[in-house]
Design a protein around this ligand. Structure first.
Ligand code: ATP
Ligand code: MG
Length: 390
């Protein structure tokens, strides 16, 4: 079970050694919850909830008596909004244009020959670990053992509909897929070419490479993006072939507007945090592409509709007495695995409601509901006619 407890003294020493900081400092950081200590099926770990001692947020220290293993947090990727300016300035010569898949970031590490799936914030997710182990466990073990499981780990995107975090449909992985986007050695990513060699050799999927172009050839990058946009796909991540400079990301208007349309259903939550960033992206895209007249008008209408319509629909539903929540389906090996996951989410303060369970192809499927604050907030506004936001 994943839970927090008061650690014994050796635990502080181990974490302090691993991070190269003072033991007292570790104790204070645990108390102030910057460092969170938990366990997953007998493996203890500490996660950093912000950057610390040169380690990014989401860094994990897995440990036991007499050993520790640091897995660096996945670094944030800088976003470009003006490709014609950013790409030639940022890159050195060539640019590897990869697809940006829309799911959630999972680092995979081998500990004691067991596959562990670590989410962005630095937690071992029991659901992702179990599903990934079933899907690719043996292949991942072979690949990591070959390149060195002690200092290498994978970073990739889980996509598809059957997960508790981000649900976006992909024909190539409708339910649950994993696509490697980087292989790390200690905290350093290997060149994309090596990632492709290693993963292909072991039959592990990697993100599609859509082209390798000259940094001044922004037209080719735009052509790639137009195609992705027509297909409703998220966007691209551009990388230096040797990883001499950090990557840049860029998302399609289909995604920027689609995020708003989705997020505004829960406008007091996702909607609020999505709004400004997505509008900013569209401002600079419209500027760079010189959108004017009817084209600009139609963007304005699309954007306005994406913001208003889902939110008004939510208000209408709540007014009718209906509940607004996120619902999704997950697959488990058995009831123990389901309970482990529900306990894990509850330890994070998220109380899931299991709506139904059934058997399918030897697995236990569950339909699950995640309550949303928007529902509560909208009820209050409907009742009082007053808004908490000026
Ligand atoms: P950030 O990573 O900048 O903190 P974020 O968590 O909001 O931002 P995104 O805007 O989705 O995430 O962009 C970065 C994320 O994109 C990565 O963390 C990774 O999960 C995902 N991703 C998808 N495809 C790729 C790829 N080809 N290369 C690198 N990352 C990718
Ligand atoms: Mg993402």
């Amino acid at each position: 079970m994943a839970e927090e407890w008061t650690p014994e003294p050796w635990v502080y020493d181990t974490i302090a050694d691993a991070l190269g900081i003072e033991r007292d400092r570790v104790e204070n950081l645990v108390r102030s919850r910057v460092i969170r200590i938990r366990s997953y099926r007998g493996i203890m770990y500490a996660s950093l909830r912000r950057e610390l001692a040169g380690y990014p947020e989401g860094t994990v220290i897995l440990f036991g008596r007499g050993w520790s293993r640091v897995v660096h947090g996945y670094p944030p990727i800088q976003r470009a909004v003006l490709l014609r300016v950013a790409v030639p300035r940022h890159f050195i010569d060539k640019v590897v244009v990869e697809e940006k898949l829309n799911g959630y970031n999972v680092r995979v590490v081998l500990i004691d020959d067991r596959v562990l799936a670590i989410t962005r914030g630095g937690l071992v997710c029991p659901y992702t670990t179990a599903r990934l182990t079933r899907l690719l466990g043996e292949k991942i073990k072979e690949a990591l053992r070959e390149i060195g499981a002690d200092d290498h780990y994978l970073a990739g995107e889980v996509i598809g509909l059957e997960n508790p975090y981000t649900r976006y449909f992909y024909p190539e992985a409708p339910k649950f897929g994993y696509f490697v986007f980087d292989i790390f050695r200690e905290g350093k990513p290997l060149p994309p070419r090596i990632r492709d060699e290693v993963t292909e050799k072991h039959g592990i999927p990697h993100v599609p490479v859509l082209g390798i172009v000259d940094k001044d050839d922004v037209d080719s990058i735009k052509a790639i993006l137009e195609k992705l946009n027509r297909e409703g796909r998220e966007g691209i991540v551009m990388k230096d072939p040797e990883y001499r400079v950090p990557p840049l990301k860029y998302t399609t208007p289909a995604t920027n507007i689609g995020d708003l349309r989705y997020g505004m259903r829960f406008f007091m939550e996702e909607g609020r945090s999505f709004l400004f960033s997505r509008i900013l992206r569209e401002i600079f895209r419209a500027y760079e592409e010189g959108l004017q007249g009817p084209k600009l008008d139609s963007l304005a209408l699309e954007l306005g509709t994406a913001i208003l319509k889902p939110a008004i629909e939510t208000v209408t539903l709540v007014a009718k007495g209906e509940m607004v929540a996120e619902e999704f389906e997950l697959e488990f090996a058995n009831a123990d695995e389901l309970n482990e996951f529900v306990d894990y989410m509850s330890s994070l303060g998220i109380d899931l409601v299991i709506l139904s369970t059934w058997e399918e192809n030897g697995f236990l499927k569950a339909r699950i509901r995640k309550p949303k604050d928007t529902w509560v907030e909208v009820r209050k506004i409907l009742e009082t006619g007053l808004t908490p936001i000026d």
